[in-house]
Structures are given as C-alpha cells and as structure tokens.
Design a protein around this ligand. Structure first.
Ligand SMILES: C[S@@+](CC[C@H](N)C(=O)[O-])C[C@H]1O[C@@H](n2cnc3c(N)ncnc32)[C@H](O)[C@@H]1O
Length: 277
C-alpha cells in the first residue's frame, strides 16, 4: 500500500495517495485474462475498470449492486476485492455464462447473489446496497440493421473482431434494449434508477457507464440525458470519469463527405444519493 490511510476515511480503504490517483477525470481501460470468458456477451465490462470503481466507493465486506448484471463482471470485481456482488438480469443464458465464470474463479454460493428478474419491478429483494455500478442496454443500438461500414470488414484491416456470439440481448418486451424509441428507453431506465435509489443506503454512490451513440443517425448527448434522469431519480451528479478505450477499431463512417465521430471512450457518470431521497 502506497501512502497513509486516514482513520477518518469512511468511504473506502484507500490511502490518500491511492484516493487522489482515482480522482483523475480519465482512466485508461485495462484488460486482464479473466475478461475473455465474458465475450459471449455483447457488451461486458472489463474487470479491472470495475475494480477501480469499487475500490473507491466501498470498503471491504460491503455490498455492490448491478441491476443489469449480464456476464457477472461486477460480482467478479467485487469478489476480487473482498466485497459481495449482487445483481439481476432478464436473461437465463447470461446468468449461466456468469455462473461459469464464478465457478472458474472458485467463488462460493454465498460470495454473490445473481437473480433472474426484471429490474423495472423486482429489485427490492436485492437491497440494501452500499454502491451501485451498472451499464444499461444502449436503447436498441445492437439491433441497428443499417450496419453499413460496421459489418465485418476485418479483411480490410479496421475491425478487431474481439466479440462473438449473440448480436443483441433478447426478444423480451421489458428488455431495455428493445424499446421502440429513445424516450421509452429513458423512461424505463428512470424506473430502474428510482428503485436503485430506494435500495441504496443513505448518501452512498452509484455509477452509470455509457457512451454517447446515434439514434436514427443523429448523434445524441446521452450523458446529458442520463445526468438529468438521475437528478430526477434522487441522485446528485458528482462527476464523469472518461474511460479511454484506445484499442477499439476505427470506422470511416462519414468519410469522405462528413464528420462522424468514433466513440473511443465510455462515460463513467457517478452520482450520490441526495440527502433527502
Ligand atoms: C450492457 S449489458 C450489461 C453487461 C454487464 N455489465 C457485463 O459485464 O456483462 C445490459 C444487460 O441488461 C439486461 N437487461 C435488459 N433489460 C433488463 C431488465 N428489464 N431487467 C434486468 N436486466 C435487463 C440485458 O439482458 C443485458 O445483459
């Protein structure tokens, strides 16, 4: 451990030096060998990135909730740091994938709780939580049929091709990724976040990880919408850490006619439960 631990620190187990480093407004995303098994899921977190968040927002023994648990990365990161990961997903297949990962890590049944359920209705049984970290399905972008330049062009040298397996999460109507409009998606996410706020302990933190994206070919400032939604759901915005993903493939979306951005980062937007929420 580098630096000194302050006995007044009631947020985490970090020394002052370690605390300061994690307040940087950008981090570089880090891979590890255990990430590989998650790539059957279309959009898993990387374990090391989530470990850093958990190390900042919790102490050993605390409970970390992910209402969109997918391949179980949050529970693995929590376990690696001596915390307990709890969460939920609609998909039996992703739970199975996660359980396979947990078994490989040697995680015992009481090291995690992974329920099958709908986070818009069933979250109450998972609380109380000390910290929430999650990434909701991005509206319906995985179902975007106008793939254009994004289809497999690996032979032309600009696709990493690290993902395999399913192209979108499910056909279930309450899957947030299946909402017809972006407004419907935001409305349903607000339901989940209000329920997250109820089961989060007083003045504790929640991080939502998303990148901006296009809806009907129009660039959307998703970050702005999420901050507004969270403020209306009982949280105060405390800052965005930009997670740089410099190894993603580049696509010439607008070339040679118009500027179209390549999103090479995620916004890790952190919030604190309002005092009166
Ligand atoms: C972006 S992924 C999360 C991936 C996860 N962070 C991981 O590391 O694997 C979003 C997940 O939300 C799930 N989901 C969508 N709608 C849901 C709902 N209403 N309740 C629970 N889970 C839902 C999807 O099945 C999908 O696995």
């Amino acid at each position: 451990m580098e630096g000194k631990y302050d006995s007044r620190n009631n947020l985490n187990d970090l020394t002052g030096k370690e605390w300061l480093l994690l307040t940087k407004s950008f981090w570089v995303s880090e891979k590890c060998a255990d990430d590989k098994a998650a790539f059957e899921h279309p959009a898993p977190f990387l374990i090391k990135d989530i470990e850093k968040l958990i190390s900042f927002f919790t102490k050993k023994g605390m409970t970390v909730l992910d209402p969109f648990m997918g391949s179980g990365t949050t529970a693995i990161a929590a376990y690696n740091l001596g915390r307990k990961g709890v969460g939920m997903d609609l998909s039996e297949a992703y739970r199975e994938l996660a359980l396979g990962r947990f078994e490989k890590k040697g995680m015992a049944e009481n090291d995690y709780l992974y329920l099958i359920g709908d986070s818009t209705k069933d979250l109450a049984g998972l609380g109380p939580a000390d910290y929430i970290v999650t990434s909701p399905p991005y509206h319906n972008i995985l179902k975007n049929t106008s793939q254009g330049i994004r289809k497999d062009n690996s032979h032309k040298g600009y696709r990493s091709g690290s993902r395999k397996g399913v192209e979108y999460y499910s056909d279930l109507p309450n899957d947030l990724g299946n909402q017809k409009s972006y407004a419907d998606f935001l409305a349903l996410l607000a339901v989940v976040m209000k329920s997250c706020c109820r089961i989060l302990k007083d003045r504790k933190y929640c991080t939502v990880i998303m990148s901006d994206f296009t809806v009907d070919r129009k660039e959307i400032c998703v970050q702005g919408d999420i901050v507004r939604l969270m403020e209306e759901s009982g949280f105060d915005f405390v800052g965005t850490t930009v997670l740089l993903q410099d190894n993603k493939p580049l696509y010439p979306f607008g070339y040679p006619y118009a500027y179209k951005i390549n999103h090479m980062h995620q916004n890790m937007m952190s919030f604190r439960k309002k005092a009166q929420a």
